[in-house]
Design a protein around this ligand. Structure first.
Ligand code: URA
Length: 436
């Protein structure tokens, strides 16, 4: 096969065959296709898109580049969940116990954070000893005993995506619907879950800036799922503001625990209950979303799913006591309160920038090699759309780093006090298999 012909076809918007796509992906993975050639391919896809048939072949070629898991021997129905990434997004830690409480197992692969977005694996590692590097056998054992297990993404899982994503990241080709859809779905399809719920973030801090594109991405992912006989639902949600009040690692696990104990922020509850509700409807536990949400809210109030978070963390060797005694275990050298300089309705200039601030405080990594300070992060004492008075504490920064004045200035720059309330919907659209 000849790459010049393949790139020429894609450049001229002609459909590639499955063989051509497999050859391209395999050649890139085994290094016979160079980064500059694959960059040209990605850019041609960015401009011309891909047909559904091309997307199907591309996704399959990526899946076939690595190992897949089976869940043989795991009793009952299994659910998976994925978010396209956000600031303060600890949904998986609340979603999983809620769903497991109703007998649906949550079998999930998760990643680490990079840049402004956090990663579930980093958050869980704030419980000393917790590991996502467990064998397939142990994964299945924990699923059968606790009902939740989360593994870290390894280099053996969809290696083509790992290599491709790193290249897209530095060549301006991340925000392409066919490339995002195949990247996400290839990683979802390596675990044979009966249902998948996808949280597609939309807004200034997300890859999808408007609803039309977010819907197009969602439909593309549902289509891929359908081809693999998977039941996929999508929620398109607002990422103009952080989710909940906590941004960081241990502080987010603590917020998840509090939420499961009936004491969570409204937006986080709404998102988790909707995600879990859609999953329970997909798996026929409830007939409709409204009934599911009522029952899930009861579970948050009676706290009966909370122990599942603790049990799952302990099953994967984590010490959950550090979260139960949070104040004594996650002290930082500096605690900085950021005060309102005027009265007004609060909003934040950018969810993304709050994520970056948290990263600079030590809670995230700018490069893959950096280590994380589990105690660092931000607590939003006031949240979007609240009316605040001059002198009120808007947020508290926790850090062990010395750059205090810079942190204070950055935090102040992110606070916007409006004369009027600009209420925005959190959940913008729901789509299921039937919508495609
Ligand atoms: N998340 C992914 O896993 N892949 C993308 O391409 C974008 C977000």
């Amino acid at each position: 096969m000849n790459f010049a012909n393949i790139i020429d076809k894609k450049k001229n918007n002609k459909e590639l065959t499955a063989e051509e796509i497999y050859w391209t992906v395999n050649s890139f993975v085994n290094n016979s296709l160079k980064d500059y050639q694959m960059s040209a391919f990605n850019m041609a896809v960015w401009f011309n898109g891909m047909t559904p048939t091309e997307i199907a072949s591309f996704t399959q070629a990526m899946i076939d580049s690595g190992i897949t898991y089976n869940l043989d021997g795991v009793d009952g129905l299994k659910a998976d969940k994925h978010s396209t990434g956000g600031v303060g997004d600890k949904t998986s830690l609340i979603f999983s116990p809620l769903v497991a409480k109703f007998g649906i197992k949550v079998a999930k692969l998760s990643g680490r954070g990079l840049g402004q977005t956090g990663g579930t694996i980093d958050k869980l590692e704030s419980c000393p000893g917790w590991t996502g590097e467990i064998s397939e056998t142990r994964f299945k054992e924990i699923l059968n005993t606790v009902g939740i297990s989360i593994m870290s993404q390894s280099s053996e899982i969809v290696p083509a995506d790992k290599k491709l994503y790193a290249l897209r990241d530095v060549t301006g080709t991340v925000d392409s619907i066919p490339l995002i859809a195949s990247s996400i779905m290839s990683k979802k399809l390596v675990i044979p879950a009966d249902s998948i719920i996808l949280d597609v973030k939309m807004g200034s801090g997300a890859f999808m800036k408007d609803l039309d594109n977010a819907i197009a991405l969602s439909k593309s992912m549902i289509t891929i799922g359908k081809e693999h006989k998977r039941n996929v639902s999508v929620m398109i949600t607002n990422m103009d503001k952080p989710l909940g009040r906590a941004i960081g690692n241990a502080i987010e696990v603590k917020e998840a625990w509090d939420t499961l104990n009936g004491n969570g922020p409204e937006d986080l509850i709404e998102l988790c209950v909707t995600a879990a509700g859609l999953t329970l409807v997909q798996n026929n536990v409830f007939k409709d979303l409204e009934t599911a949400k009522v029952e899930l809210n009861k579970v948050l109030q009676d706290k009966s799913a909370a122990h599942l978070l603790k049990d799952f963390i302990e099953a994967q060797n984590g010490d959950f006591n550090v979260i139960l005694d949070y104040e004594n275990n996650f002290k930082t050298k500096y605690t900085i309160q950021i005060l309102a300089q005027n009265d007004g309705y609060l909003s934040f200039a950018s969810a993304d920038q709050l994520g970056y601030l948290s990263m600079h405080l030590g809670a995230g990594r700018a490069t893959k090699e950096e280590s994380i300070d589990f105690a660092a992060g931000i607590y939003l004492n006031k949240t979007s759309n609240e009316f605040v008075k001059k002198g009120d504490v808007i947020m508290t920064l926790y850090t062990n780093r010395e750059d205090i004045d810079n942190f204070k200035q950055k935090a102040q720059e992110l606070i916007v006090l409006n004369k009027e309330l600009h209420q925005e919907e959190l959940i913008l659209k729901l789509l299921t298999n039937e919508d495609v």
